[in-house]
Design a protein around this ligand. Structure first.
Ligand SMILES: [Zn+2]
Length: 344
C-alpha cells in the first residue's frame, strides 16, 4: 500500500498518525511552501488576489474547528440506510440481468464486461483470457532450440499438428538480446493437455459465458471515447454521450419514411438499458461512498471542508461528501441519511 492509498483509508488525524511516510510528505509540503511563500505572495499581489487570500486566512480557524469536531454518526440509521441501498442495488441488478439475459457471471462493475455488451469490444484482458482458454483445448508439443551464439537451450511450445519452424528468434537470457535460435536434433515432446478440473479453468470458462450475450445496438455514427488503458470509457459521461447519440439517431429515424423496424427496436433496447444502468450506478456510488465511512477515534466523521472546491464559492466537503448525501434525490423519503450536519 503506498502512502496515497493509506491516506485515503486513514481513520485518524494527521497529527496522531503513526505513519512515518505520511508525516514525511506533510513536512516536505510545509518546507516547500515556506520556500516559495515570498514569491507566491508577490504573484498574488500582482494578480490582485490579496483580498481573497486574506478572506481565506480568516476562514481557516472555523474550518479547523469544524474538521476537529466532525459530524456525529447515527448507527441505527446507518444500518437502515445500508440495508436499503443493498436491497435497491441487488434488485436493480437482478432485474437488469433478467431483462437482458445477462449471464450470472456478468459483472456491472467490470469495465471489461461493460466494454463487451456496450460496444462489442473485446478488451486486451478478455482477449488474453480467451486465448488462454483455447490453450486448454489444443494438444501441444515442446520443441528444443539453441542460441546461435552461446548455444544455450530454450524450449518453445507449438500446437501438435502445426508447423514447427527450423529457426526462430527469441531473447537469449545469456546473450541478453534477441538472437536467432536453431532447432536441436532432440525430438519434440508431446505436452499433455492442461487439466480442466482447476479453479482457474472454471474462471476462464465463466468469462467465456459473457460472449454469449449479444452487444447492444448502437448508432453507426457513434464513436465511444477510448481511455488510456486501451478500453472504451464506461463512466457517467460516456454513458450520457451514448444516450445522446441514440436519441439523435432515433430522431433521424422518426423523419424517415420507411425506417428499419430492427434498428428501432435495437435502439429502444439500448436506450432503456442505458437509463437503467445509470440508476444502478447511482446506488453503486452511494454504496462505495458511504458504506465505509472514515470514522475518527472519537467515533465521529471528520469530512475535509474545501474552500475552493466550487466555482461559485460554496464550501464543499470530501471524504465523505456529506453535502452530496444530504441533497441527493435518491435519498429523499426512502431512508434517512445516517450522518447529519450537527457540528455540535
Ligand atoms: Zn545466447
Amino acid at each position: 500500500m503506498d502512502w496515497k492509498e493509506s491516506f485515503l483509508d486513514r481513520k485518524e488525524h494527521i497529527f496522531d498518525t503513526d505513519q512515518v511516510e505520511m508525516r514525511k510528505y506533510n513536512a516536505r509540503d510545509c518546507t516547500a511552501l515556506i520556500d516559495i511563500y515570498e514569491n507566491m505572495m508577490v504573484d498574488i499581489k500582482l494578480s490582485k488576489l490579496e483580498p481573497i487570500v486574506e478572506l481565506e486566512h480568516k476562514l481557516i480557524p472555523p474550518i479547523a474547528i469544524m474538521k476537529e469536531r466532525g459530524i456525529s454518526k447515527d448507527l441505527s440509521k446507518l444500518k437502515t440506510w445500508q440495508a436499503w441501498i443493498t436491497k435497491e442495488l441487488n434488485q436493480s441488478e437482478s432485474t437488469l440481468r433478467k431483462d437482458y439475459n445477462l449471464p450470472a457471471e456478468f459483472n456491472f462493475n467490470s469495465q471489461d464486461h461493460m466494454n463487451w455488451i456496450l460496444y462489442g469490444f473485446q478488451t486486451p484482458g478478455l482477449k488474453k483470457k480467451m486465448k488462454e482458454l483455447k490453450s486448454y483445448e489444443t494438444e501441444e508439443q515442446s520443441v528444443q532450440y539453441e542460441c546461435r551464439e552461446c548455444l544455450s537451450k530454450k524450449s518453445f511450445k507449438y500446437p501438435s499438428l502445426g508447423l514447427v519452424p527450423a529457426t526462430t528468434e527469441a531473447k537469449c537470457s545469456k546473450c541478453r538480446q534477441n538472437m536467432p535460435f536453431f532447432r536441436t536434433s532432440l525430438d519434440p515432446k508431446p505436452v499433455k493437455a492442461r487439466s480442466r478440473e482447476t479453479k482457474k479453468y472454471k474462471e476462464l470458462e465463466s468469462s467465456a459465458a459473457l460472449f454469449e450475450c449479444v452487444p447492444f445496438a448502437k448508432p453507426s455514427a457513434f464513436r465511444p471515447a477510448r481511455t488510456s488503458s486501451g478500453k472504451y470509457g464506461t463512466g457517467r459521461e460516456d454513458i450520457s454521450r451514448f444516450e445522446n447519440a441514440v436519441l439523435a439517431r432515433q430522431r433521424q429515424l422518426d423523419d424517415q419514411k420507411r425506417p428499419s423496424p430492427d434498428e428501432i427496436t435495437g435502439l429502444e433496447r439500448t436506450s432503456d438499458f442505458l437509463g437503467r444502468f445509470t440508476e444502478l450506478t447511482k446506488f453503486s456510488k452511494l454504496k462505495t461512498s458511504f458504506f465505509d465511512l472514515p470514522v475518527g477515534k472519537d467515533g465521529r466523521i471528520h469530512p475535509t471542508v474545501l474552500i475552493q472546491g466550487t466555482a461559485t464559492g460554496r464550501f464543499s466537503c470530501i471524504n465523505p461528501n456529506a453535502q452530496w448525501a444530504l441533497l441527493n434525490p435518491v435519498n429523499s423519503g426512502k431512508a434517512e441519511m445516517p450522518i447529519l450536519s450537527q457540528a455540535a
